[in-house]
Design a protein around this ligand. Structure first.
Ligand SMILES: [Zn+2]
Ligand SMILES: [Zn+2]
Length: 121
């Protein structure tokens, strides 16, 4: 198991997670609906260029919504097309982008450059 922490203040950002594979490919809903999460709860996948960690939206308890409401724009959820929209709830730095809208994917992308990895048994 691994916990990813904020590199700024060391607060845990994620739950205990393990490497896994996405439940499906990149997908956007055909109609006005929110697709199921890309990743199963408790799992993560590093993206193609190793800059982002893709997670289930429920696996980032150490984050908080961005204070700038423009980052949180969305219809049924948050679109995540205007830059990072989740901050570390400890120190406030931008740490991730959540997509959960009716025309986007459904995932959280944690920015690896601002996180530290801690192995837990
Ligand atoms: Zn909608
Ligand atoms: Zn922090």
């Amino acid at each position: 198991m691994t916990i990813f922490r904020c590199a700024g203040c060391r607060q845990p950002l994620t739950s205990e997670v393990v490497a896994g594979e996405p439940l499906r490919g990149p997908e956007r809903p055909a109609a006005h609906e929110v697709v199921s999460p890309r990743m199963a709860a408790g799992t993560f996948k590093v993206n193609f260029d190793a800059s982002l960690l893709i997670l289930h939206p429920g696996d980032v308890p150490g984050t908080a919504p961005h204070p700038d409401a423009r980052r949180l724009a969305g219809c049924c959820g948050v679109a995540g097309q205007d830059g990072p929209n989740l901050v570390c709830s400890g120190c406030g730095i931008e740490v991730a982008t959540k997509e959960s809208d009716c025309w986007t994917d459904n995932l959280v992308a944690l920015i690896l450059a601002v996180t530290d990895e801690t192995k837990v048994l």
